[in-house]
Design a protein around this ligand. Structure first.
Ligand code: PMP
Length: 449
């Protein structure tokens, strides 16, 4: 903590009683504290650590936004410098937007035909814009989404969100224009099949093809297909081999466009490529991006081709959003510089392997640890009551998270009803902290919870 910011909390912060804290939570709808029986307030962060108002420090295993960690000096300097120069956008092109957009395009695989960037403020907005673009570009309405996905909270994002866990805002009726296809590797049961049978990906893609045919016969051919490159809400589950390539080919043959939701897994998190889709050797028609590109600063965007973007902007329409303002673009540039200089992607790969190996070693001694999903620093540790039936141990998972917090590790499940510990720390996490987290889990499982 070179900035010396992690000193003692103020008296007011320290003296916040549990009652006072509960009262504060009352004025917040859906506050995160619902995860813990004993409430806490996070006050500060430093790299991959968090500190609460009592001064206790934790290893942060839940941060899918700040890839570079909390309090990054390069990001702080970028904000400080830019806010003194220009912090709002206008109808003029400004230097930071042009520079940042070029840097984003340069991150794509060399054979990518994508050449256009549209910036917004968040992942939900990015998904919303991508959905609207595929509808405008194809002149069609229906979008195909996978079950067990989360794509954001806007009305359109919510419509393609089908996770039983994470969709508390779901409207009772899904709009006509969404078609939900079965997730190829529903993480309980089917996933085991996927691991054993390489042809499972193709089989599910064939099912998707049959869905697309049916939609066309009913006179509502698909405008597009949206899918995360690694299934986040299913617990960081990797798509079966060949699935994405096959699915994209079928969607395109039916005249639709493919959207990759890289809001969580873009920007090096999986370690195997800068983008989550790289492990499948495909290139989407649209890429929705957000969270890590701003390291916590609000920014999001869609990367696509001029032809697709023109569907919304060709008739002189001005694409207007406070997104992509000079301040967020400058932060985005600082994030990319720091990622390169610090080798965060390599760290994600190495520490990810270390964590996964640690969890696998624990599985040999603790029967409650079921399948371990994911790649890089995007892992899901499934807790089960029975390894054969994979009966989920959701209540146990909540209690284990609580005990882990007491030992100084913050890790959560997708929701109170989920049995998957989602491990997605800042990409700068060290080997020491990774080992500490695994040892803490070992201790909880040994001593009981
Ligand atoms: N897509 C995915 C895959 C996400 O995980 C999220 C957020 N968790 C979103 C979209 C929405 O992003 P935001 O919270 O920035 O609106």
């Amino acid at each position: 903590d070179p900035a010396g910011l992690l000193g003692l909390p103020s008296r007011a912060e320290r003296d916040t009683s549990a009652d006072e804290q509960r009262r504060r939570e009352q004025i917040l709808a859906g506050a995160q504290e619902r995860y813990y029986e004993h409430p806490m307030q996070i006050q500060r962060g430093w790299r991959h650590h968090l500190v609460d108002t009592t001064g206790r420090a934790y290893v942060d295993l839940v941060n899918n936004v700040a890839g570079l960690g909390h309090g990054h000096p390069g990001v702080a300097d970028a904000v400080d410098r830019q806010i003194r120069i220009l912090n709002t956008n206008s109808r003029f092109l400004y230097h930071e937007l042009a520079e940042y957009s070029e840097r984003l395009l340069a991150l794509l695989p060399p054979d990518s035909p994508l050449d256009t960037v549209m910036l917004v403020n968040s992942g939900s907005e990015a998904v919303d814009l991508a959905l609207r673009l595929v509808q405008a570009a194809t002149g069609r309405k229906t979008v195909v989404a996978l079950r067990e996905a989360y794509h954001g909270w806007t009305t359109a994002g919510d419509a393609v969100t089908t996770s039983a866990y994470d969709n508390p805002y779901a409207l009772d009726t899904r709009p006509e224009w969404v078609h939900v296809a079965d997730v190829p590797n529903r993480f309980r049961g089917t996933y085991r099949g996927a691991a054993e049978d390489r042809s499972v990906g193709a089989r599910y893609a064939a099912d998707l093809g049959a869905d697309l045919d049916r939609l066309a016969r009913r006179g509502r051919p698909a405008a597009g297909f949206i899918c995360e490159s690694v299934l986040g809400n299913a617990g960081g589950v990797l798509l079966p081999e060949g699935y994405l390539a096959d699915a994209y080919a079928r969607v395109r043959a039916a005249g639709g466009l493919c959207i990759a939701d890289e809001v969580q897994v873009g920007f090096g998190r999986t370690g195997s490529g800068f983008w989550g889709f790289e492990r499948s050797a495909v290139i989407p028609d649209l890429i929705a991006i957000a969270k890590p590109m701003g390291n916590g600063f609000p920014i999001g965007g869609v990367i696509t081709s001029r032809a697709v973007a023109d569907a919304l902007t060709s008739q002189g329409q001005f694409f207007s959003s406070t997104g992509g303002n000079p301040l967020s673009c400058r932060v985005g540039l600082a994030v990319l510089d720091a990622m390169e200089a610090e080798g965060t992607q390599r760290n994600a790969r190495e520490i990810g392997r270390r964590l996964a190996a640690g969890f696998r070693a624990l599985a040999e001694r603790h029967g409650i640890i079921g399948p371990i999903h994911g790649e890089g620093l995007y892992l899901g540790v499934e807790l089960v009551r029975d390894r054969d039936t994979l009966e989920p141990a959701a209540q146990e998972a909540a209690a284990i998270c609580e005990r882990l917090r007491e030992l100084g590790v913050i890790v959560l499940t997708t929701s109170e009803r989920s049995n998957v510990l989602k491990v997605k720390p800042p990409l700068c996490i060290t080997a020491e902290s990774a080992d500490y987290a695994v040892a803490a889990l070992d201790r909880v499982l040994t001593e009981g919870w």
